[in-house]
Design a protein around this ligand. Structure first.
Ligand code: GLP
Length: 240
Protein backbone atom coordinates (compact mmCIF):
# COMPACT_ATOMS: atom_id res chain seq x y z
CA UNK A 1 0.00 0.00 0.00
CA UNK A 2 1.22 3.44 -0.84
CA UNK A 3 0.38 6.21 1.63
CA UNK A 4 0.22 9.84 0.60
CA UNK A 5 0.19 12.20 3.59
CA UNK A 6 -1.63 15.48 3.12
CA UNK A 7 -2.43 18.44 5.35
CA UNK A 8 -6.18 18.42 5.32
CA UNK A 9 -9.41 17.41 3.58
CA UNK A 10 -8.99 19.94 0.76
CA UNK A 11 -5.50 18.74 -0.10
CA UNK A 12 -6.72 15.14 0.02
CA UNK A 13 -9.49 15.98 -2.44
CA UNK A 14 -7.07 17.86 -4.68
CA UNK A 15 -4.57 14.99 -4.80
CA UNK A 16 -7.32 12.45 -5.44
CA UNK A 17 -8.74 14.59 -8.25
CA UNK A 18 -5.33 14.90 -9.91
CA UNK A 19 -4.99 11.14 -9.88
CA UNK A 20 -8.54 10.59 -11.21
CA UNK A 21 -8.24 13.16 -13.97
CA UNK A 22 -4.91 11.74 -15.11
CA UNK A 23 -6.40 8.23 -15.30
CA UNK A 24 -9.52 9.39 -17.17
CA UNK A 25 -7.42 11.30 -19.69
CA UNK A 26 -5.14 8.33 -20.28
CA UNK A 27 -8.08 5.92 -20.56
CA UNK A 28 -11.26 7.71 -21.70
CA UNK A 29 -13.19 4.42 -21.47
CA UNK A 30 -12.24 3.79 -17.86
CA UNK A 31 -14.62 2.01 -15.48
CA UNK A 32 -14.76 4.03 -12.28
CA UNK A 33 -15.90 2.56 -8.98
CA UNK A 34 -17.59 5.30 -6.97
CA UNK A 35 -18.33 5.71 -3.28
CA UNK A 36 -20.67 7.88 -1.25
CA UNK A 37 -20.23 9.45 2.19
CA UNK A 38 -18.43 12.64 3.10
CA UNK A 39 -14.92 11.50 2.15
CA UNK A 40 -15.23 11.75 -1.67
CA UNK A 41 -17.46 14.87 -1.83
CA UNK A 42 -14.47 17.22 -2.22
CA UNK A 43 -13.04 14.98 -4.94
CA UNK A 44 -16.32 15.06 -6.86
CA UNK A 45 -16.42 18.87 -6.59
CA UNK A 46 -12.94 19.06 -8.07
CA UNK A 47 -13.89 16.71 -10.91
CA UNK A 48 -16.90 18.86 -11.78
CA UNK A 49 -14.79 22.01 -11.68
CA UNK A 50 -12.14 20.42 -13.88
CA UNK A 51 -14.80 19.26 -16.34
CA UNK A 52 -16.18 22.80 -16.59
CA UNK A 53 -12.77 24.43 -16.92
CA UNK A 54 -10.64 21.90 -18.76
CA UNK A 55 -13.40 19.86 -20.43
CA UNK A 56 -12.12 16.45 -19.33
CA UNK A 57 -14.63 14.18 -21.04
CA UNK A 58 -16.67 11.38 -19.43
CA UNK A 59 -18.54 10.47 -22.62
CA UNK A 60 -17.19 6.93 -22.67
CA UNK A 61 -16.61 6.51 -18.93
CA UNK A 62 -18.71 3.98 -17.02
CA UNK A 63 -19.39 4.25 -13.31
CA UNK A 64 -20.32 1.61 -10.76
CA UNK A 65 -21.30 2.56 -7.23
CA UNK A 66 -20.47 0.44 -4.24
CA UNK A 67 -23.82 0.30 -2.51
CA UNK A 68 -27.40 1.46 -2.01
CA UNK A 69 -29.91 1.46 0.84
CA UNK A 70 -32.67 -1.11 0.51
CA UNK A 71 -36.08 0.54 0.40
CA UNK A 72 -35.05 3.89 -1.06
CA UNK A 73 -35.79 4.72 -4.69
CA UNK A 74 -33.29 6.71 -6.77
CA UNK A 75 -35.50 9.79 -6.37
CA UNK A 76 -35.26 9.67 -2.56
CA UNK A 77 -32.89 12.46 -1.45
CA UNK A 78 -31.09 10.07 0.90
CA UNK A 79 -30.54 7.37 -1.69
CA UNK A 80 -27.02 6.91 -2.95
CA UNK A 81 -28.27 7.21 -6.55
CA UNK A 82 -29.61 10.67 -5.73
CA UNK A 83 -26.40 11.61 -3.90
CA UNK A 84 -24.27 10.58 -6.90
CA UNK A 85 -26.46 12.44 -9.39
CA UNK A 86 -26.26 15.58 -7.27
CA UNK A 87 -22.56 15.41 -6.45
CA UNK A 88 -21.13 14.32 -9.79
CA UNK A 89 -23.13 12.46 -12.41
CA UNK A 90 -25.48 15.34 -13.37
CA UNK A 91 -22.60 17.75 -13.75
CA UNK A 92 -20.26 16.02 -16.19
CA UNK A 93 -20.93 14.70 -19.71
CA UNK A 94 -21.52 11.11 -18.60
CA UNK A 95 -24.08 9.11 -20.51
CA UNK A 96 -26.60 8.32 -17.73
CA UNK A 97 -27.07 4.79 -19.06
CA UNK A 98 -23.38 4.22 -18.30
CA UNK A 99 -23.86 5.01 -14.61
CA UNK A 100 -24.73 2.14 -12.31
CA UNK A 101 -25.95 2.08 -8.72
CA UNK A 102 -27.70 -1.00 -7.27
CA UNK A 103 -31.48 -0.52 -7.23
CA UNK A 104 -32.64 -0.09 -3.65
CA UNK A 105 -36.38 -0.21 -4.24
CA UNK A 106 -36.53 -3.43 -6.22
CA UNK A 107 -39.01 -6.16 -5.25
CA UNK A 108 -36.27 -8.74 -5.30
CA UNK A 109 -33.07 -7.41 -3.71
CA UNK A 110 -31.43 -10.85 -3.87
CA UNK A 111 -31.82 -10.93 -7.64
CA UNK A 112 -30.57 -7.33 -7.85
CA UNK A 113 -27.35 -8.47 -6.16
CA UNK A 114 -26.60 -11.18 -8.71
CA UNK A 115 -27.62 -8.86 -11.53
CA UNK A 116 -25.20 -6.19 -10.27
CA UNK A 117 -22.32 -8.62 -9.90
CA UNK A 118 -22.99 -9.86 -13.43
CA UNK A 119 -23.01 -6.30 -14.72
CA UNK A 120 -19.59 -5.68 -13.20
CA UNK A 121 -18.21 -8.81 -14.82
CA UNK A 122 -19.77 -8.07 -18.24
CA UNK A 123 -18.09 -4.70 -18.30
CA UNK A 124 -14.70 -6.11 -17.40
CA UNK A 125 -14.71 -4.93 -13.79
CA UNK A 126 -13.66 -1.70 -12.17
CA UNK A 127 -10.37 -0.08 -13.21
CA UNK A 128 -10.16 2.49 -10.44
CA UNK A 129 -12.17 2.20 -7.23
CA UNK A 130 -12.60 5.06 -4.81
CA UNK A 131 -13.21 4.06 -1.19
CA UNK A 132 -13.94 5.68 2.15
CA UNK A 133 -13.75 3.75 5.39
CA UNK A 134 -16.27 3.41 8.22
CA UNK A 135 -14.97 3.85 11.77
CA UNK A 136 -15.61 0.13 12.27
CA UNK A 137 -13.51 -0.70 9.22
CA UNK A 138 -16.34 -1.18 6.76
CA UNK A 139 -15.75 -0.60 3.06
CA UNK A 140 -18.80 -0.14 0.88
CA UNK A 141 -21.32 -1.46 3.38
CA UNK A 142 -19.32 -4.58 4.21
CA UNK A 143 -19.71 -4.58 7.95
CA UNK A 144 -17.36 -6.43 10.34
CA UNK A 145 -17.83 -10.18 9.96
CA UNK A 146 -18.54 -10.05 6.21
CA UNK A 147 -16.81 -12.87 4.40
CA UNK A 148 -13.72 -11.91 2.42
CA UNK A 149 -15.18 -14.20 -0.27
CA UNK A 150 -18.38 -12.15 -0.65
CA UNK A 151 -19.69 -10.79 -3.93
CA UNK A 152 -22.54 -8.25 -4.16
CA UNK A 153 -24.94 -9.07 -1.32
CA UNK A 154 -27.54 -7.84 1.14
CA UNK A 155 -26.20 -6.60 4.46
CA UNK A 156 -27.84 -5.65 7.73
CA UNK A 157 -26.34 -2.34 8.86
CA UNK A 158 -24.79 -2.22 12.32
CA UNK A 159 -26.22 0.23 14.88
CA UNK A 160 -22.97 2.25 14.73
CA UNK A 161 -23.17 2.62 10.94
CA UNK A 162 -26.83 3.66 11.12
CA UNK A 163 -25.94 6.20 13.80
CA UNK A 164 -23.00 7.53 11.77
CA UNK A 165 -25.21 7.93 8.71
CA UNK A 166 -28.18 9.39 10.62
CA UNK A 167 -26.62 12.84 10.06
CA UNK A 168 -27.95 12.73 6.49
CA UNK A 169 -31.52 11.85 7.63
CA UNK A 170 -33.97 13.71 9.84
CA UNK A 171 -33.98 10.94 12.45
CA UNK A 172 -32.22 7.67 13.23
CA UNK A 173 -35.45 5.72 12.64
CA UNK A 174 -35.44 6.84 9.00
CA UNK A 175 -32.05 5.26 8.28
CA UNK A 176 -32.69 2.00 6.43
CA UNK A 177 -31.72 -1.17 8.25
CA UNK A 178 -30.37 -2.99 5.19
CA UNK A 179 -28.36 -2.25 2.08
CA UNK A 180 -27.07 -3.86 -1.08
CA UNK A 181 -23.30 -3.67 -1.29
CA UNK A 182 -20.56 -4.87 -3.57
CA UNK A 183 -18.80 -7.62 -1.64
CA UNK A 184 -15.21 -7.76 -0.50
CA UNK A 185 -14.25 -9.95 -3.45
CA UNK A 186 -16.04 -7.61 -5.87
CA UNK A 187 -14.04 -4.68 -4.46
CA UNK A 188 -10.76 -6.60 -4.45
CA UNK A 189 -11.19 -7.36 -8.17
CA UNK A 190 -10.68 -3.67 -9.05
CA UNK A 191 -7.39 -3.13 -10.72
CA UNK A 192 -6.58 -0.15 -8.57
CA UNK A 193 -8.00 1.29 -5.34
CA UNK A 194 -7.82 4.79 -3.90
CA UNK A 195 -8.79 5.09 -0.25
CA UNK A 196 -9.55 8.51 1.25
CA UNK A 197 -9.20 8.99 5.00
CA UNK A 198 -9.71 12.34 6.68
CA UNK A 199 -10.42 13.62 10.16
CA UNK A 200 -9.59 12.56 13.71
CA UNK A 201 -12.69 10.36 13.92
CA UNK A 202 -10.87 8.02 11.48
CA UNK A 203 -7.61 7.84 13.46
CA UNK A 204 -8.36 4.46 15.05
CA UNK A 205 -9.62 2.98 11.80
CA UNK A 206 -6.47 4.09 9.98
CA UNK A 207 -4.10 2.72 12.59
CA UNK A 208 -5.98 -0.57 12.69
CA UNK A 209 -5.87 -0.72 8.92
CA UNK A 210 -2.12 -0.22 8.89
CA UNK A 211 -1.14 -2.23 11.96
CA UNK A 212 -3.97 -4.54 12.95
CA UNK A 213 -4.56 -8.15 11.97
CA UNK A 214 -5.91 -8.98 8.52
CA UNK A 215 -9.25 -10.56 9.27
CA UNK A 216 -12.97 -10.28 8.64
CA UNK A 217 -13.61 -8.39 11.89
CA UNK A 218 -11.99 -5.40 10.25
CA UNK A 219 -13.07 -5.62 6.60
CA UNK A 220 -10.72 -2.92 5.26
CA UNK A 221 -7.71 -4.95 6.47
CA UNK A 222 -8.00 -7.09 3.32
CA UNK A 223 -6.77 -4.08 1.32
CA UNK A 224 -3.27 -4.81 2.62
CA UNK A 225 -3.26 -7.85 0.31
CA UNK A 226 -4.30 -5.91 -2.81
CA UNK A 227 -1.43 -5.20 -5.24
CA UNK A 228 -2.38 -1.61 -6.03
CA UNK A 229 -3.85 0.47 -3.21
CA UNK A 230 -3.12 4.13 -2.54
CA UNK A 231 -4.26 5.75 0.69
CA UNK A 232 -4.51 9.52 0.87
CA UNK A 233 -4.73 10.44 4.55
CA UNK A 234 -4.70 13.84 6.21
CA UNK A 235 -2.84 14.89 9.36
CA UNK A 236 -5.93 14.60 11.54
CA UNK A 237 -6.47 10.97 10.50
CA UNK A 238 -2.78 10.15 10.87
CA UNK A 239 -2.63 11.70 14.35
CA UNK A 240 0.67 12.56 15.90
C1 GLP B 1 -21.02 4.84 4.32
C2 GLP B 1 -20.72 4.30 2.93
C3 GLP B 1 -19.25 3.97 2.77
C4 GLP B 1 -18.40 5.11 3.29
C5 GLP B 1 -18.63 5.27 4.76
C6 GLP B 1 -17.79 6.35 5.39
O1 GLP B 1 -21.41 3.88 5.23
N1 GLP B 1 -21.51 3.16 2.60
O2 GLP B 1 -18.98 3.69 1.41
O3 GLP B 1 -17.05 4.86 3.04
O4 GLP B 1 -20.00 5.59 4.95
O5 GLP B 1 -18.39 7.59 5.20
P1 GLP B 1 -17.72 8.98 5.37
O6 GLP B 1 -16.87 9.19 4.18
O7 GLP B 1 -18.87 9.96 5.40
O8 GLP B 1 -16.97 8.96 6.64
Amino acid sequence: MKIIKVKNYDEMSQKAAEMFIGKIRRNPEINLGLATGGSPVGLYKQLVQDHQTNHTSYKKVKTFNLDEYIGLSGEHPNSYRYFMNEQLLNHVDLNKSNTHVPLGDTENPGQQCSHYEQLLKEHGGVDLQILGIGSNGHIGFNEPGTSFQSETHIIELTPSTREANARFFTSLEEVPTHAITMGITSIMRSKEILLLISGDSKQDALSQLLQGAINENFPASILRTHPCVTIIADEAALGK
